[in-house]
Each structure stands twice: as C-alpha cells, then as structure tokens.
Design a protein around this ligand. Structure first.
Ligand SMILES: [Zn+2]
Length: 185
C-alpha cells in the first residue's frame, strides 16, 4: 500500500474511534528526511491523498497544495530528537487530560508493555508555538507518550501502528482510572 493511503486509513480510524475531531489533532509519518503530515483546517475523515502535505525537517513544504498542520514544529522537533521514531500522533482525547496526574500504568499490565515508558506531563503552552514544540520533544526524548495539560496527547512509535496503539492504550488506561474512581474501587 502506498504510504499516503496507509496514512489516510490511520487518520480515518483515529477520527472514527473518536480520538480526533473534524479539525483538531494531527498525525505525521517520517520517510527518510521527509515528513508526511495532515493539512491544517481540513475535515479529517474526508482527506484525500492530494490534501496531504510533505515537509522537510525544517517545516518547508516539499509537496502538497495545502498548509501543513499548525503543529508541524512539534512533529519535526520530535523526529530530530528521536531517530527511532517514524510516526507521531497528536489527539485531543479528554480523559487523559483531566486525569493526567492520576494515571498509573501499573493498573493495566498491557499498558506498561505497550507504552514502554513513563507518561510524560507537559505544562500548558499555546498550541502551535515553538515553546510547545520544544517542551513536547524534550518530554518525549525518553518517553513514548506525553499528556499536554489542558490540550491533548502525543504518542510516538516506530510506525503508525505503534503510535496509534499507544494513543488507544493511554485512553484505555484513563478509562480504567475513571471507572475505578467512579465505582470507588
Ligand atoms: Zn492540539
């Protein structure tokens, strides 16, 4: 399968599973020194191959007629620090945000395995800024998932399957903590 088509399948899956809204969240995958990213301000489930944008590691558009995601700095900052990472997924899942300080991955043994690291917490910075990009990239130097306070989640992986699975795992962990507290277990 072409890389663009596989990428679109993951973006649609993330939307259909409720991790992305029509316009929020963004996804990227690295191929060599090029990065394929979602465009800004376009409804995610209706994206086509022609809507996708290739940028270099400085954020310059190599291919595509649309503007890249406003969080492109965050994506390239992560790739520059993590040679082992080829996919970055950023969602606005709400449960991990509100339970950020209470998430304990030892609650679910699968979570510990799939996340493969601690859960980093990043203080609030305005979306789209260099400050946010650098803070997230620094937090992900030694971690595979980060929760951005009042904002969302970022997960990285060797490929999209690993990064997307980490988003799902983190949300499942947040659900487990939520149910546990709700039921006072
Ligand atoms: Zn965001």
């Amino acid at each position: 399968m072409e890389i663009e088509e596989e990428f679109l399948r993951y973006v649609r899956l993330l939307y259909e599973r409720g991790h992305l809204t029509l316009l929020s969240g963004n996804v990227s995958v690295r191929a060599g020194n090029r990065v394929l990213v979602t465009p800004t301000s376009r409804p995610k489930p209706f994206l086509t191959v022609d809507d996708l944008v290739w940028i270099d590691l400085e954020g310059r558009v190599i291919k595509g007629r649309l503007m890249p995601t406003s969080e492109w700095r965050m994506h390239v900052a992560v790739y520059k620090r993590r040679g082992d990472v080829n996919a970055v997924v950023h969602t606005h899942d709400v449960l991990p945000i509100i339970l950020a300080d209470k998430l304990d991955s030892s609650l679910l043994s699968e979570a510990e395995i799939y996340l493969g690291s601690e859960i980093a917490i990043v203080e609030y910075f305005q979306p789209g800024t260099v400050e946010l990009a650098e803070s997230v990239a620094k937090a992900l130097e030694r971690n595979n998932v980060a929760i951005l306070k009042r904002h969302g989640v970022v997960a990285v992986g060797r490929d999209l399957a690993e990064a997307v699975n980490r988003v799902e795992t983190l949300v499942d962990l947040a659900k487990a903590v939520f149910y546990k507290q709700l039921l006072e277990l």
